[in-house]
Design a protein. Structure first.
Length: 605
């Protein structure tokens, strides 16, 4: 990724093409010798510390060690006159100053090429395109120094490495745009690649396919003639069978473009309210979805924390990367895992036929797809979740993004914990109104009271702290602003769990209120897990595993199970706690079970 360069007290070294060295944007042109320049370039490009003897031998290998070290001292003295701020020199070693702002185009390009992963996504292709704009020519083109074989060998190796890396990047981009049906963009990269190496036969084939796919059949046939002539003149050989076969397909009209068809699925629900915040989470999700190794990604967190909205937003941002589109599968209404395959088929508009096994038909349909599957609310069908593993095994072009209260426990699953929105830690914190939790409250409040203004942020901060940034609870609290002031809303939240509820018709039943949210999670627990969770409500301010075992009588196994189901939160320090609203809910369950007094006595004892 190309970074913006800070031009204050900075050194910029341009090595791709003709060497140019700039300080704060101004060219440094008065280096006394080429070897002084070479010394600076070598230090900047390698980014390492070198013994003086090694540098002296690199540049003056034809001299005695005494002479070469003397020459090095003189070169370092001249460099110090111009760029002392950027050098670290002692009696033994020499390097670029670690804290100095030194930017080198070839280092930046090399880092971008190394971070590139295949297959490319749209965002990765954009980054790669940006990176190769740095390549203005061969590394240190036209730069020579005499009698320095070590430096020349390094320069030659760097030149070849970068040239090969750029050519591979151009080839990947040409293939990517061919598959995407963006033939002009593909031709741009294939043309540049042939300028770097006119004898690359595979690139001539790329050009032929790009031209033909874009409706330029005659030009594609002419490209074959160009390829054949170059191979004959340069190597005295005929084109490979693959090239000749492509040529005959073009002539006969049998050529089928490898460009993928237009997307046939995109059912991401349009959301009724704007998406707020979570920029860092979205960037991380996009990075995971770009990673070929990440094919099953689970957004895990408690109900109402915003997993679904975040998953949909990530799917929207990455939709262009999946040729077959994005398919969102809503699982909250699926009664049993036995209906998972049929529900998925329905969302894909796949019609099953005959008596053939439906699961096999589904897998066969997905086999060649390049699709993002978003499986929303998986927690209640985990006994049939192996279907997702089967899909990934037969369909290499598919990625699956799921949301769940707990992990799927499938091999290869990547976990992405989702937490509440950031909120101020105290009512007087400067800039409190800029926090995402506060912004969500204001946005939600203005939907029910267009005249709502955040005149005093104190009570809104208190509300957001009470619900610990839980987005659903914030929205439910804000829905009361047309009936009571924020101070009273905060007081009601502390007194009555049922206060945070709504009668909106287009809200899922489990999101009608915080009680409905917690009841949904409660029903998914075993009897032992329910018993432990309600007793844990006696802890305020957190607890450790030993206290839970002594007072509640739980095992570490059940405690971990509750944590995996996003009901108990754990910290690296080994302490646990409950969301305050969930603690209130669990305390009610403890009272209903007539265990409150006994559990409190045990806690106090």
């Amino acid at each position: 990724m190309i970074q913006q360069r800070d031009m204050s007290d900075s050194l910029e070294v341009f090595t791709l093409g003709k060497l140019q060295i700039q300080r704060n944007g101004l060219t440094l042109a008065n280096f006394p010798t080429r070897k002084v320049e070479a010394l600076l370039v070598y230090l900047a490009c390698t980014g390492r510390s070198f013994p003086r003897e090694q540098l002296a031998e690199l540049l003056w290998e034809d001299r005695t060690q005494s002479q070469s070290l003397s020459n090095l001292r003189a070169a370092l003295s001249r460099l110090n006159e111009q760029v002392a701020l950027f050098l670290y020199i002692n009696r033994k070693d020499v390097s670029i100053q670690p804290q100095a702002k030194v930017w080198v185009d070839s280092v930046e390009l090399s880092a971008s090429l190394q971070s590139n992963k295949w297959p490319l996504s749209s965002s990765a292709a954009n980054r790669l395109e940006h990176a190769i704009t740095l390549y203005k020519g061969d590394f240190l083109a036209g730069f020579y120094i005499s009698e320095s074989q070590g430096f020349e060998d390094w320069q030659r190796a760097e030149r070849e490495r970068l040239r090969v890396g750029v050519m591979e990047a151009l080839s990947q981009l040409a293939n990517f745009y061919l598959e995407q049906g963006r033939f002009d963009a593909g031709l741009t990269h294939a043309t540049r690649l042939l300028e770097l190496d006119p004898s690359r036969e595979d690139t001539h084939r790329q050009m032929m396919m790009l031209l033909a796919s874009g409706g330029q059949r005659s030009a594609a046939l002419q490209q074959y003639d160009i390829c054949r002539r170059i191979l004959a003149d340069e190597f005295g050989v005929e084109p490979e069978v693959a090239t000749t076969t492509l040529y005959h397909q073009l002539r006969s009209g049998a050529f089928v473009s490898p460009a993928v068809p237009l997307k046939n699925t995109n059912n991401i629900p349009v959301q009724p309210t704007p998406f707020i915040g979570r920029e860092a989470e979205l960037a991380q999700l996009e990075s995971y979805l770009d990673d070929p190794a990440c094919r099953l990604l689970t957004l895990i967190g408690p109900g109402g924390v915003g997993k679904t909205r975040l998953a949909y937003q990530a799917a929207v941002s990455k939709a262009e990367d999946f040729a077959s589109g994005v398919c969102v599968v809503l699982l909250s209404g699926v009664a049993s895992s036995q209906y998972l395959a049929s529900t998925l088929a329905e969302r894909l508009t796949l019609q099953f036929y005959g008596s053939t096994d439906q699961r096999a038909q589904l897998l066969d349909y997905l086999r060649e797809k390049r699709l993002l599957l978003v499986m929303d609310n998986c927690e209640h069908i985990l006994d049939g979740i192996e279907l997702l593993d089967e899909i990934l095994a037969v369909a290499p072009g598919i990625k699956i993004l799921t949301t769940s209260l707990e992990r799927l426990n499938l091999q290869g699953e990547w976990l992405f914990p989702v937490h509440g929105l950031p909120f101020p830690q105290n009512e007087s914190e400067p800039g409190a109104e800029t926090y995402n939790a506060i912004q969500l409250f204001v946005q939600s409040a203005r939907r029910v009271d267009p005249g709502f203004h955040l005149d005093d942020v104190t009570d809104v901060v208190r509300i957001c702290k009470l619900v610990e940034g839980l987005p659903l609870a914030i929205e439910l609290a804000a829905s009361w602003v047309h009936q009571m002031p924020c101070e009273r809303i905060a007081s009601q939240i502390q007194r009555d769990l049922d206060f945070l509820s709504t009668n909106l018709r287009n809200v899922p039943e489990r999101h009608k209120g915080t009680r409905a949210l917690f009841e949904h999670s409660w029903r998914l627990l075993s009897g032992d897990e329910q018993a432990v969770l309600r007793k844990l409500s006696v802890f305020r301010g957190g607890f450790d595993a030993d206290a839970a075992e002594h007072i509640v009588g739980t095992s570490l196994y059940i405690l971990s199970a509750l944590a995996e189901k996003s009901l108990v939160r754990s910290s690296p320090s080994g302490r646990y706690d409950l969301h305050e609203l969930l603690r209130q809910f669990a305390e009610e369950k403890l009272r209903e079970a007539d265990e409150l007094a006994a559990t409190r006595d045990c806690h106090l004892g």
